[in-house]
Design a protein around this ligand. Structure first.
Ligand SMILES: Cc1ncc(COP(=O)(O)O)c(C=O)c1O
Length: 458
């Protein structure tokens, strides 16, 4: 199966043809998600002792299986946090795979890690973190948040008094689900600052002041959000930084979604204070147009991450030898063997230049504001709050949760759009509302109108 023969040549041509067709298709079908048994009925058993052959397997994928997935880069896919990788980045993802580079240690991955580090330097420069700050690419925001929490916790446990204590983190009720999930992984407790908007300095300080001595001694980190997933809200990063400094707490900013907007002049000031963070999560696979999967964790003092994450083993000693010296990404996050997942971002940045990134992110913000105007112009619709970053929350007057759900399914089934409902707390109660999140610069005002028109139906 490692032979180079005519079958391989044919498969290569099939794959390249598919890849070119896919990345030049600006409006792929929104996908028809089938049950597993339905898919099995269509394709049958694909893993057999003799193999079904590359031609057949590829045909099943191209003609059946991929049609049961949702293309996240569809211009009317506005659910969750969509994605819109550049074509340069997607093509270089193929190159990254073809190059078979081990991305853990400089000794094996030097040239590829160099590429990643160039992209990382740019990311760090967007944050304004001080000289010496640096980071690594991770599989996503969850892994980046976990890597930061482990670093923060290990740093806190350097004090012998903290060694046997269960850690505690404060974050806001608007923080992403991965914060609670990753706190479970490190067996830390989480306290929430309840807020409908941004977590403020005052609310955070009150929460800390209200803790009993045991809890206060277990508190080691504050996680602020630089763009909540639900509504694009940015916490008071300046104020929270000041509290962290005063209380000697680790300051982490989860900007997995919003971090791309650091490049946008129109909203950059909203992130003031982020430069004081001890660690920052930014996901290039969200708003920096990278293919999955590509997250990033940035540290003010990378040496602390190295102390927390560097793995020891006689088989690894050679990588740390003087002769092999260089930047070792494995030392700064939870993963050892790793794909050089920052390379597609590097290639796309090198190809297009950073100004195009600025334009493409500003376009997402512009689309959100435009959607806000269009919603306000329709009597059956109302904004829940002004658009924030590229998120828009709005209501269809008179609809209940079931009607929103049916509308989502109907629009998906009809191939019009994928827009999903979410919950928003208003007057003490959670209400079902609709949410747009714009990422794809190819989305048009007409796309927004097409979607809004479907809400006018009874
Ligand atoms: C603010 C925030 N943090 C973390 C995550 C988790 O990122 P990932 O899905 O890449 O693990 C998300 C995902 O949407 C997010 O919006």
């Amino acid at each position: 199966m490692h032979n180079i023969d005519i079958d391989l040549v044919e498969m290569t041509l099939d794959v390249m043809k598919y890849a070119i067709n896919r990345i030049t298709n600006t409006s792929p079908s929104l996908g028809d998600i089938k049950k597993e048994e339905e898919l099995f009925a269509l394709v049958g058993e694909t893993i057999t002792p003799e193999g079904i052959g590359g031609e057949k397997a590829f045909e099943l994928f191209r003609d059946v299986l991929v049609k049961s997935t949702v293309p996240i880069d569809h211009p009317r896919h506005l659910a969750f946090v969509p994605a819109s990788p550049t074509r340069a980045a997607v093509m270089f993802d193929l190159v990254t795979s073809a190059s078979s580079i081990h991305g853990a240690y400089w000794m094996e991955g030097a040239g590829g890690i160099f590429c990643e580090n160039q992209a990382m330097k740019w990311l760090v420069s967007l944050t304004g973190m001080p000289a010496g700050a640096f980071g690594v690419f991770t599989s996503g925001g969850t892994a980046a948040n976990l890597s930061a929490m482990v670093t923060a916790r290990e740093n806190w446990r350097k004090k012998p008094d903290n060694c046997n204590k269960k850690g505690l983190i404060i974050t806001s009720s608007g923080a992403h689900s991965s914060i609670k999930a990753m706190a479970k992984v490190i067996d830390a407790d989480v306290h929430l600052v309840e807020t409908d908007g941004a977590m403020t300095r005052i609310a955070l300080q009150e929460q800390i002041n209200s803790m009993d001595i045991d809890k206060r001694e277990r508190l080691f980190a504050i996680v602020a959000t630089g763009g909540t997933t639900n509504a694009g809200i940015i916490d008071d990063l300046q104020g929270i930084a000041a509290v962290c400094e005063k209380e000697e707490l680790w300051f982490h900013v989860d900007a997995a979604y919003g971090g791309g907007a650091l490049v946008a002049d129109s909203v950059r000031h909203l992130f003031n204070g982020i430069e004081k963070a001890d660690s920052i999560t930014i996901d290039p696979h969200k708003w920096l147009f990278s293919p999955y999967d590509c997250g990033a964790i940035l540290y003010k003092e990378p040496a602390l991450a190295l102390e927390a994450h560097s793995q020891e083993g006689s088989y690894l000693d050679i990588f740390k030898d003087e002769g092999a010296s260089g930047f070792n990404p494995a030392d700064y996050q939870i993963q050892l063997t790793r794909r050089l997942r920052g390379m597609p971002l590097w290639f796309s940045l090198a190809t297009h230049g950073t100004e195009k990134y600025k334009w493409a992110v500003e376009r997402g913000i512009e689309l959100a504001n435009k959607a806000g105007e269009l919603i306000e112009g329709r009597s059956e619709l109302s904004l829940v709050r002004p658009p924030s970053l590229s998120c828009v929350l709005f209501r269809r007057e008179g609809w209940n949760a079931q009607q929103y759900k049916e509308w989502t399914y109907r629009n998906h089934r009809d191939g019009i759009a994928l827009v999903t409902p979410t919950l928003w707390k208003a007057e003490g109660d959670y209400q079902t509302v609709l949410r747009f999140c714009f990422i794809n610069p190819d989305t048009t005002e007409e796309d927004i109108r097409v979607i809004l028109d479907t809400l006018g139906e009874p």
